[in-house]
Design a protein around this ligand. Structure first.
Ligand code: OOB
Length: 556
């Protein structure tokens, strides 16, 4: 049975494919090439087998070597009984095993679920159960945390989980070492995976509680990487450094690792984001392009150690994931000596880039324009009517690499997409006179902590489990480095008291990622409400900003 007989939805229940007519157009226009991500990689490996494909932690692999390793790992997965459309929660940091495993998954058609290294029991359990994952890939240890302990707890709790794959040494009994998978003979059996199958499940920023899963197909994700690579003018001479965590869409495919593999460039996997680590790698490998969130770009620019390194190879710095303020944007070229590209993207699809030939002010003041000629965007009011050009409104998006639904989220999908398939991005934008977009704000209830998206509802649910807390709200507070941090407002039960420290100790017992811990606590008598009776978050954001401004004034 092939997927054309039954359609990808039937073979993976809970996946909402792009409907036939639109899909046919994207194919006719050559945007969807009908190749799996493994086939895309193999095409480059056939052209440039002896070129270096990937450098990580002192290890260096040519395209032929990386292809060989991924074939072996693919065989190893098959030996374990992992097949097309099986899900694997992948929680690997920036290590070469991540690349091996992803390429192997693309070969056998297994679907990596892109967890992040800071995730803990709470998030991982959710991801395993939502995706019904049969395998979970971890480092043995990373930044002092024992992931094998975490995996043991998951294995005890998640009935679907059959295999734990471990990168590193001292593998516990019952777990499978990634190194042993690499010793398998190369895979030569076909897996029946096709280009319209789901290739990866990315994580959403999460506006309602825990993250949603974003199904991206081989066709759409390969196009995502290709169109990004074209805009960034990547070629065989490119040395792309993955600085951000590689399981994020941005360093993975915008153009990231996949975009570089498409053109036969070299990738460097950075093990840390600290300026010194990154500068040393740029100098050593002649890095030409990398992607950062604004907080990191600012750290790099402010780092005194910059002067000690030769960064002259760097041609393009992509900055996105959160708002880059124009003052910081203006400093990029003078301090780092490269072109700035603002990127306003989302794991759900739509990518906006400033272009090399945009005037300087447009690069500094806007967040770019859609990557594809087939991207359709609308800027609308609360009733989904188009606003006059230049006015702010809600951004809706549809196109050849934007999803039509989250995985297994029918109810949420009815709200998150229009009837005609536009994704409601939750961002408020306006069209700049240049035609580019300017991100003005957002309506979605999340905190964008230096590019890390945190659902306010998820934090509130954690707070409400505390015995002293009667009511709670989480909002963003301004921060000069991260842009936003987590501020919590709580109403206490009669006779109770609570400090931020106690609150964090409590949150720690819930085993959530550290970046979700409250960073400020305001105890109040009541929470303000809007006239429809919802907690007035806007009033709270204004309140905290005013309190902080007043405190700063007092300190001067
Ligand atoms: C990227 O993807 P996500 O899925 O982590 O977050 C998407 C959201 C956007 O909807 C927007 O609210 C915010 O992050 N965002 C920006 C921005 N880029 C993303 N807000 C203001 N200015 C920007 N430049 O963050 C992402 C995915 C691919 C490429 C780049 C970023």
């Amino acid at each position: 049975m092939t997927t054309t007989d039954v359609g990808p939805e039937a073979v993976l229940p809970g996946f909402v494919p792009i409907p036939g007519e639109d899909a046919a157009r994207y194919r006719d226009l050559g945007m969807w090439e009908g190749r799996t991500l493994a086939e895309v990689f193999d095409a480059t490996a056939a052209r440039f087998p002896d070129d270096i494909a990937c450098i990580a932690a002192g290890e260096q692999l040519t395209y032929r070597e990386l292809q060989d390793r991924s074939l072996r790992v693919a065989r190893g997965l098959q030996e374990l009984g992992i097949e097309a459309r099986d899900r694997i929660v992948v929680q690997l940091p920036n290590v070469i095993d991540f690349v091996d495993l992803c390429l192997a998954c693309f070969r056998v058609g297994a679907i990596p679920v892109m967890a992040l290294p800071p995730h803990r029991d709470h998030e991982i359990q959710h991801l395993i159960s939502l995706s019904d994952a049969i395998a979970y890939a971890i480092p043995a240890e990373h930044r002092g945390y024992d992931y094998q302990d975490l995996a043991e707890r998951m294995a005890a709790r998640a009935p679907s989980l059959h295999h734990v794959l471990v990168a590193g040494d001292s593998i516990r009994p019952g777990f499978v070492s990634m190194a042993s998978l690499r010793k398998q003979p190369p895979q030569d059996t076909s897996s029946g995976v096709s280009a319209d199958d789901v290739a990866v499940l990315l994580l959403s920023g999460g506006t309602t509680g825990l993250p949603k899963l974003i199904p991206r197909t081989h066709d759409d994700y390969a196009y995502n990487a290709r169109v990004s690579a074209e805009i960034c003018r990547l070629d065989r001479e490119t040395v792309y450094m993955a600085t951000l965590p590689v399981s994020h869409n941005f360093p993975l495919a915008c153009p990231g690792l996949l975009g570089t593999f498409l053109v036969g460039g070299r990738t460097v996997i950075a093990s840390g984001t600290e300026p010194e680590t990154a500068f040393a790698l740029i100098q050593e490998h002649g890095v030409t392009c990398t992607a950062l969130v604004p907080a990191l770009a600012i750290r790099w620019m402010d780092s005194p150690s910059r002067a000690g390194y030769d960064l002259s190879s760097l041609r393009l710095l992509q900055v996105g994931g959160a708002r880059l303020n124009p003052e910081a944007a203006r400093r990029v070229t003078p301090t780092l000596g490269c072109t700035l590209q603002q990127v306003f993207g989302m794991a759900e699809g739509l990518l906006n880039f400033t272009r090399f030939d945009d005037p300087e002010d447009v690069i500094i003041d806007t967040q770019g324009r859609p990557a594809s000629a087939q991207d359709e965007i609308r800027v609308v009011d609360d009733s989904d009517r188009d606003v006059p050009p230049g006015e702010p409104g809600h951004l809706l998006a549809r196109g050849p690499y934007t999803i039509r639904g989250y995985f297994r989220a029918e109810e949420h999908n009815a709200r998150a997409f229009t009837r005609d398939g536009f994704y409601r991005t939750g961002d408020v934008v306006r069209i700049h006179p240049s035609g580019n977009l300017v991100v003005e704000g957002r309506e979605k209830d999340l905190i964008n902590r230096g590019g890390e998206k945190i659902s306010a509802e998820e934090i509130e649910n954690l707070l409400l489990a505390h015995p002293a807390i009667f009511n709670a709200a989480a909002v963003s507070m301004p921060d000069p480095v991260l842009g936003e941090r987590i501020c919590t407002y709580v109403v206490l039960r009669d006779g109770c008291s609570l400090t931020l420290e106690e609150l964090c100790e409590f949150v720690a017992t819930r085993d959530v990622a550290r970046f979700k811990y409250p960073e400020r606590l305001e105890v109040v008598e009541t929470l303000p409400v809007t006239n429809v009776g919802k907690i007035d978050k806007k009033a709270l954001r204004e309140d905290i900003a005013a309190r902080m401004a007043a405190a700063q004034k007092d300190n001067q």
